[in-house]
Ligand binder design. Structure first.
Ligand SMILES: [Zn+2]
Length: 318
């Protein structure tokens, strides 16, 4: 059975929907303008106040309806300084958002007809939209666990043995789903798995009022002092679930991640590990949105764009 067909009607967004919504560059530009400056109203640097802007034909810019000063909705976004058409960018984003487990730069090249160099650049830029480093979990029940990439030694649960410098640790925190919302994950490539590193992640991403579930790994020993409650499962005694005490949710995410990375990317260099983690987490955290992940991606373009008026006055964006 085609799993796609299990996506409910209101969460479907097909290639036909894409072609209808974005038939050409002008439609993409207008969409970008509306996302960034609703109603086409934005600050005019010359007038020093907000004004409506209207499209100048033949150029990808909008002009202040009071003084005529032009702004580009692409300025400050991932599309700035690119000679690739905006519609191809949108199409690449559609492709990257529409598959269950991500596509490669090579696939973007094949589907869009751009050079590999351009496809790779688009791939990197679109992926940069998927990073959510400041995300804080809001659920009251949070699982925390680590996993490892690379290396050769096989310590308990893949943990590195003494002197194994090849392993790249990844630490994950995952809120359990509730009736109201799906649980989200944040996965972080770390330099080590010391108590300080793990507690730093707890501090950044987990509310102090949470109950946190981990296994018996010694680096979690001091965690109880930072959160409402710390419950541990004793994996080394081959116990995996005791009532609500388990880390099965985050471990399910680790298997998904490893299958995905193995299947699509074959191997991951340490340098890019975080970007892969971000891509998988972004998708996972929106798994109840069907194909509308594309819409989330379009929103991220505007969210991460530097405001043009601030940039042009030579101030650094916040
Ligand atoms: Zn003006």
């Amino acid at each position: 059975m085609n799993r796609r067909q299990t996506i409910p009607q209101h969460l479907r967004y097909t290639i036909n929907d894409f072609n209808r919504q974005f038939p050409d560059d002008a439609a993409c530009l207008e969409h970008l303008m509306q996302q960034r400056f609703p109603g086409n109203v934005t600050y005019c640097d010359k007038c020093q106040q907000e004004h409506k802007h209207y499209r100048i034909n033949a150029r990808p810019v909008y002009s202040c309806d009071h003084c005529g000063t032009q702004i580009s909705p692409m300025a400050g976004t991932i599309f700035e300084h690119s000679s690739t058409s905006l519609r191809l960018w949108y199409y690449a984003m559609y492709l990257m958002a529409s598959t269950r487990c991500g596509i490669s730069a090579k696939q973007i090249q094949r589907e869009t007809g751009v050079t590999y160099k351009t496809a790779w650049r688009m791939f990197r830029q679109v992926r940069s939209l998927l990073s959510e480093p400041d995300m804080q979990l809001e659920g009251s029940a949070v699982e925390m666990d680590e996993t490892y990439y690379g290396g050769t030694s096989k310590g308990h649960r893949g943990r590195p043995m003494r002197g194994d410098k090849q392993k790249s640790p990844v630490v994950g925190v995952m809120e359990r789903s509730t009736k109201r919302r799906v649980g989200r994950v944040r996965a972080i490539a770390t330099k080590d798995v010391t108590a300080d590193t793990l507690l730093g992640i707890v501090h950044e991403h987990i509310l102090p009022s949470s109950t946190v579930f981990t296994d018996e790994f010694v680096s979690y020993d001091r965690l109880g002092a930072r959160v409402n409650e710390h419950k541990r499962i004793n994996h080394s005694a081959k116990v995996y679930v005791m009532g609500d005490v388990h880390t099965n949710t985050i471990e399910g995410f680790w298997s998904l991640l490893k299958r995905g990375i193995g299947g699509v990317y074959h191997s991951v260099s340490q340098k890019y590990l975080q970007t892969y983690l971000d891509e998988y987490s972004f998708r996972y955290n929106r798994r109840d949105q069907g194909n509308l992940i594309f819409t989330s991606l379009l929103k991220r373009v505007a969210e991460l764009a530097a405001p043009p008026a601030v940039r042009d006055r030579g101030m650094s964006p916040a």
